[in-house]
Design a protein around this ligand. Structure first.
Ligand SMILES: [Zn+2]
Length: 341
């Protein structure tokens, strides 16, 4: 298949039907002052070996989430063609323009802050971020049985690591997804009960594709203990799907997963003052309703009493703002409550 040089839709350089190991780019046409006839490179790799289930492993859906990039590239380098039955497609930096810029959101769209995970199902010949979403929905998902979308929190937030699924109403697929929660090896597991229309999750739900997402820490860095269980956990899930051989030796899940429900507004603490955020609890702590969470200090009047922050709804501390400086409207914490499924 000859690759068209210019197209009004994204072009995948590699043939996703080809057997073996392949690397290349999904080209996103992007005409700029710097490069009139240029395209933006979104890296893609494939390992295909005969017929069987097809899984996609995704990193950097948000460009400053590095753990998923490490896991995705590590898996591609680690696995051999003969390990695979079916296909694994790797998109290590889905929002590649944001990843290259060291940003959560893409600087190339007109807004300068395009959040890929709120732009599904995309536009065929739209902005770079819309085009990436369109290609995923229209050219990739029709081939796919399961998506592993490896998020973390990015630079501004840190998460106690978790794995999440959302049920799709197919008993067989939902049972397998519940199994993924155990196998992944994260301390927290979330069973989602809501789907935002413009997310990758919703794009897969419309096609009844299994979808697992994660929060693998964050704060703009990679922690080995998190990266390692996510690497093994993704392999354990691929083995459970039959893509990797049942005989492949893998460690048992590194953590016994505690199942949690989706949060409500009462699980959040937002900043209502500008200032210096001082937390007094750690990620993973179990906190009570009303417990002290931290303070916000006035930068220019440090002799004043700080504003006190309290958890409205207790649970496990799941998310915490990373930078100490905060402004009105910033999320400082949220907790997760126990799952009542
Ligand atoms: Zn993310």
């Amino acid at each position: 298949m000859a690759t068209p040089i210019v197209s009004n839709e994204p072009v995948c350089e590699i043939d996703l039907e080809a057997e073996g190991k392949h690397t290349g780019y999904v080209r996103i046409q992007f005409s700029s002052d710097r490069s009139a006839y240029g395209w933006q490179p979104v890296p893609i790799m494939s390992i295909k070996n005969g017929d069987g289930p097809v899984a996609v492993v995704v990193g950097a859906n948000h460009g400053d989430e590095y753990e998923g990039v490490s896991v995705t590239t590590g898996l591609f380098r680690d696995l051999n063609v003969e390990d695979v039955k079916g296909q694994i497609i790797f998109l290590p930096a889905l929002n590649a323009p944001a990843f290259y810029a060291g940003k959560r959101t893409s600087p190339l769209d007109e807004s300068g802050e395009a959040n890929l995970n709120r732009m599904f199902p995309g536009v065929q010949n739209g902005s770079p971020t819309q085009m990436i979403c369109w290609w995923v929905v229209n050219r990739l998902l029709p081939k796919v049985d399961a998506v592993f979308d490896l998020h973390s929190a990015g630079k501004s937030i840190d998460h106690h690591p978790s794995v999440k699924i959302r049920l799709i109403g197919d008993p067989e697929k939902d049972a397998l997804q519940m199994k993924f929660l155990e196998l992944f090896g994260a301390p927290l597991g979330i069973v989602g009960d809501r789907v935002t229309e413009t997310t990758f999750s919703s794009a897969t739900a419309r096609r009844e594709i299994m979808y697992l997402s994660t929060e693998l820490g964050g704060a703009g860095k990679i922690r080995p203990w998190i990266r390692d269980f996510a690497f093994n956990g993704t392999k354990r899930c691929l083995r459970e799907m039959g893509i990797l051989p049942a005989a492949m030796a893998l460690p048992d899940p590194e953590h016994k997963v505690a199942l949690k429900g989706m949060q409500s507004g009462d699980n959040y603490i937002f900043a209502y003052e500008d200032g210096m955020f001082e937390p007094v609890v750690n990620l993973g702590d179990v906190v009570e309703d009303g417990q002290l969470a931290g303070y916000i200090w006035n930068l220019k009047a440090p002799w004043k009493d700080p504003a006190e922050l309290h958890f409205k709804k207790g649970g496990v501390v799941f998310c915490k703002r990373t930078p100490a400086l905060c402004e009105v409207g910033d999320t400082l914490f949220f907790t997760l409550s126990d799952y009542e499924g």
